[in-house]
Design a protein around this ligand. Structure first.
Ligand code: MLT
Ligand code: ZN
Length: 433
């Protein structure tokens, strides 16, 4: 049997008795797996498979390799760059890792834990807390985003300035390659230089080199309670000048337009008596040093104003997300230039100020325009910034990778891709065109 029916028969055989529950082919059910969080990308999957363990993932990938059918790995489907849904109708199998939710016992002394790729960030955080520890990566989508997805994109989130990004947490990995072979490096020793660091290579590879099925992660001792402060600022430059030099646990930037929209959509009261062009949300061990004229409020619940930004902005239309890193000088000028480029779309800005990782959100009445994407990202690259800071490259920015990476780097990436996935079946079109 050839074509889609052949693929479905092969997946049936791979899943055996579990196919009834683990294989979805009804378009009414599969379309939600084909539509991403932004609603900017939507295609009908050929089928969706939801295996419950690594062996079943391996059988599914071997079957797809035999059928030469592309596979799109998916976690909580909270991706923002078109990297976790198929690109054309009926072209690819979506491999959902959401059911790989095992949570190993926490190694309290070694401060590590192994979890399945489908564990949500929120469940991992609760699991760590029950053992008296914390997991260092945190973001607003914590109860939907999966650990596997955050590993695949090397997610950062709001605590990078305290704990580092996801790569800094990963000490071991289990992944299945395109041919169905399983790489397992979960017994992470503190020192181990035997060969290439495949763990690090797989982190941030966006499902293009292998499918992450489990990870061993570093945990941390909890901090003593800190102080959360929201400060009104006249400019991004001023917000940067208020960043404490050390011991900062969170430093989130918001702009007036986004904060006002978030208050309106989420029915939150204005957090400060006056309106400001820029707001800085800080968490520090003690009260931060602020100039006498600063308008600030201290309250642990202020994080809600920042966390509600993405959903509030998405209520106004299909958002074009520019997740960029910029050198921190001249940020005000760069943001003014970007606002001009995206016009007549509106620009909402928020992000992780300590790393210069800003999320520029273009949304507005005009239809989506990829020329605007190119112009914004070219401007960012010309200013020495990165076009992909923590959401990944996905399909959204694959054709623009040259803005940030040299020809030699892209050629090396192609060679790695071809070595591990010679027929380019894993997440084709993501990172590399
Ligand atoms: C965030 O920082 O809120 C996330 O990266 C998601 C987003 O940018 O929308
Ligand atoms: Zn972010």
């Amino acid at each position: 049997m050839d074509g889609p029916q052949g693929v479905i028969a092969a997946l049936h055989a791979a899943l055996g008795a579990d196919a009834d529950s683990d294989l979805l082919t009804d378009p009414e059910l599969t379309i939600t797996f084909g539509t991403d969080w932004t609603r900017r990308w939507s295609s009908r999957p050929l089928a969706v498979v939801r295996p419950a363990d690594t062996r079943a993932v391996a059988r599914v990938l071997s079957a797809c390799a035999e059928q030469a059918v592309p596979v799109v790995p998916q976690g909580g489907n909270t991706g923002l760059v078109g990297g976790s849904v198929p690109h054309t109708d009926g072209s690819a199998v979506v491999l959902s890792l959401a059911r790989l939710t095992t949570r190993g016992a926490v190694d309290r002394l070694g401060r590590q834990v192994t979890v399945g790729a489908g564990t949500t960030l929120g469940d991992l955080q609760r699991h760590a807390r029950e053992a008296g520890l914390v997991y260092g990566v945190d973001l607003a989508a914590r109860d939907t985003a999966t650990v596997g997805g955050t590993v695949a994109t090397n997610a950062g989130g709001m605590r990078v300035c305290r704990y580092g990004d996801t790569r800094a947490q990963v000490t071991g990995i289990e992944a299945v390659l395109a041919d169905g072979s399983v790489l397992s490096r979960l017994d992470a020793l503190p020192k181990d230089d035997a060969g290439y660091d495949l763990t690090s290579l797989l982190v941030g590879s966006e499902g293009t080199l292998g499918v992450v099925t489990a990870v061993r992660l570093r945990l941390h001792e909890p901090d003593p309670p800190g102080v959360t402060t929201l400060v009104g600022c006249r400019s991004v430059r001023e917000a940067l000048s208020l960043l404490p030099r050390r011991d900062v646990r969170l430093a989130e930037l918001m702009t007036g337009a986004g904060l006002e929209l978030t208050c309106e959509v989420a029915s939150l009261p204005p957090p400060l008596p006056s309106r400001w062009p820029v707001y800085l949300l800080l968490e520090t061990p003690d009260l931060p040093d602020l100039p006498a004229h600063a308008e600030a409020v201290v309250d642990g619940r202020l994080i809600e104003y920042r966390e509600r930004h993405p959903a509030a902005i998405a209520t106004t239309g299909v958002v074009h997300k520019y997740d960029v890193s910029l050198p921190t000088d001249d940020l005000d000028d760069v943001l003014a230039e970007v606002a001009e480029v995206v016009a007549p779309h509106r620009l909402y800005v928020y992000g992780h100020l300590a790393e210069g990782n800003l999320h520029l959100n273009g949304v507005g009445p005009a239809p989506a325009d990829e020329q605007i994407d190119r112009d914004v990202l070219s401007l960012v690259a010309a200013r020495g910034g990165s076009i992909a800071s923590e959401h990944g490259v996905g399909t959204a920015k694959a054709a623009l990778l040259h803005l940030r990476r040299s020809q030699a780097e892209i050629a090396a990436m192609r060679a790695v891709k071809s070595a591990l996935d010679p027929r380019h079946l894993l997440n084709p079109g993501v990172i590399l065109t």
